[in-house]
Write a protein of this length. Structure first.
Ligand SMILES: [Zn+2]
Length: 53
């Protein structure tokens, strides 16, 4: 398979949301801050396996 067809630098091919570490609210699309309680959100980091073969 040809590599380089998908860019993973700026935007990943997968949909990524953000999860608040304080209240657990998942914002989609990813937000920099929790829409509920305010603090910066954490991004799930277990979605880097897509496209691997
Ligand atoms: Zn929150």
């Amino acid at each position: 398979m040809a590599e380089g067809l998908f860019t993973e630098s700026a935007e990943r091919p997968q949909l990524i949301g953000s999860a608040c570490g304080a209240c657990g609210l998942v914002d989609f699309p990813a937000a920099t801050h929790c829409l509920r309680c305010g603090p910066p959100t954490n991004r799930p980091s277990n979605s880097a396996t897509a496209g691997r073969s």
